[in-house]
Unconditional design. Structure first.
Length: 392
């Protein structure tokens, strides 16, 4: 048991431990409380008095020497910790903030290996890197919790699917888990490698520090983008479990969505609608997301001067909505995989905006399929149409 004060309340938690990377362990409270701790190996003994002061209560002397106080809810970071300077040198303790996306998610308390001297620029850069890695480790932990929640929701959703689709869902889940693991592991490996290079060099010059730090910033950005995608995918699963299917005028809804987007679009939005009297059973809010995702995708693919056409058509099975653009023609394979999350970009660009667009199309396809509909792409030299159909 470990006693730590969080927001004025003394908490007692049974702690569980699991390994993360080399020379570090994340230690988490077993009942999901408001904080967690991380013990770092190989750190000289830190003054128990300072740890006690920052924690607000007595810490057993047998506690490991390095401590990381991490607050699961950002607003729980105490104002005192916010005022802690970037690095406090000259004593037995160095205090390093754990920064993620410009916010402090915790603070590292490390034994000062420098002989009572001030922490210099090189050591400071290494410590800040270590703090950023610890913050990323915590962000990864949060992402894994989101993924676990999504997996549970997927199992609930699968239980009500027809039996013949269970194998497809399991295959999709296996592929998704493998892809997420790879996308989380790849930038973390680079971050850790370059940080180790910094820490191993006794006195790296400013150019080397700048070079390695640039790589760390780039790779950590990729990691943060992936974490945001995991959160977005969890929201997709939540959407699928909360459908409210009611009689809906899809044409009228599409007209409203297009009208709301026109003032913010660089492209002229041209409409061609079928009869507005056709009704389908669908969730108003979710189908609005689908239409806006299709239009945003067309905007991304189009030059600012090209018109984007939005239309509806009556079909034998219901009503189809399509959004046409004059962007690059898609090959048959690209058209068939246009709604798959994690697919390569059709324009060869891999950045946060492209991945967000791919995630939005994937979410749209899942929403349509949950309504019993289908999605597809038609592409020729004149126009590419992203289409979906809802049964009447």
């Amino acid at each position: 048991m470990l006693k730590v004060n969080c927001c004025g309340e003394v908490l007692e938690r049974a702690m569980t431990t699991y390994s993360y990377g080399s020379g570090a362990m994340l230690v988490k409270d077993s009942d999901g409380g408001g904080f967690s701790l991380a013990a770092h190996a190989g750190v000289p003994n830190a003054p128990i008095e300072l740890l006690s002061l920052l924690a607000g209560t007595a810490i057993p002397t047998e506690a490991s020497s390095g401590r990381v106080l991490v607050f699961r809810q950002r607003q729980q970071v105490d104002a005192t910790l916010r005022r802690v300077s970037v690095c406090l040198g000259g004593g037995d303790m160095v205090v390093v903030p754990m920064m993620s996306r410009g916010e402090m998610v915790g603070v590292m308390l490390l034994g000062n290996r420098m002989a009572r001297g001030r922490v210099g620029p090189t050591e400071k850069a290494g410590l800040l890197t270590a703090g950023a890695i610890a913050a990323l480790a915590q962000e990864r932990s949060w992402a894994e919790q989101k993924l676990a929640t999504m997996n549970m929701a997927r199992r609930v959703h699968s239980a009500v699917e027809p039996g013949e689709r269970l194998d497809q869902l399991d295959q999709h889940h296996t592929g998704f888990t493998s892809l997420i693991s790879h996308q989380l592991r790849t930038p973390l490996t680079s971050i850790r490698g370059y940080a180790q290079l910094l820490l191993r060099q006794a006195s790296p010059d400013a150019a080397v520090v700048h070079q390695y730090a640039a790589v760390i910033v780039e790779k950590s950005g990729h990691l943060i983008d992936t974490i945001e995608e995991v959160r977005g995918l969890a929201e997709v699963t939540s959407d699928l479990l909360g459908l409210r299917q009611e009689p809906l005028h899809v044409v009228a809804l599409t007209r409203q969505v297009v009208a709301s987007m026109q003032p913010f679009s660089r492209n002229p939005l041209v409409t061609c609608f079928a009869s507005e009297t056709t009704l389908v059973k669908a969730d108003h809010e979710k189908i609005s997301k689908v239409v806006s995702s299709f239009v945003c995708n067309a905007m991304r693919r189009s030059s600012s001067t090209w018109p984007i056409r939005i239309g509806t058509e009556l079909t034998p099975g219901g009503l189809a909505v399509w959004v046409g653009d004059r962007g690059a023609r898609l090959s048959q394979q690209e058209a068939e995989t246009a709604f798959e999350w994690g697919r390569p970009s059709d324009d060869g660009i891999d950045d946060a905006g492209v991945r967000a667009n791919a995630l939005a199309l994937y979410a749209a396809s899942r929403i349509v399929q949950a309504h019993g509909g289908r999605v597809w792409v038609e592409s020729d030299d004149d126009e590419t149409r992203f289409c979906f159909e809802l049964p009447s």
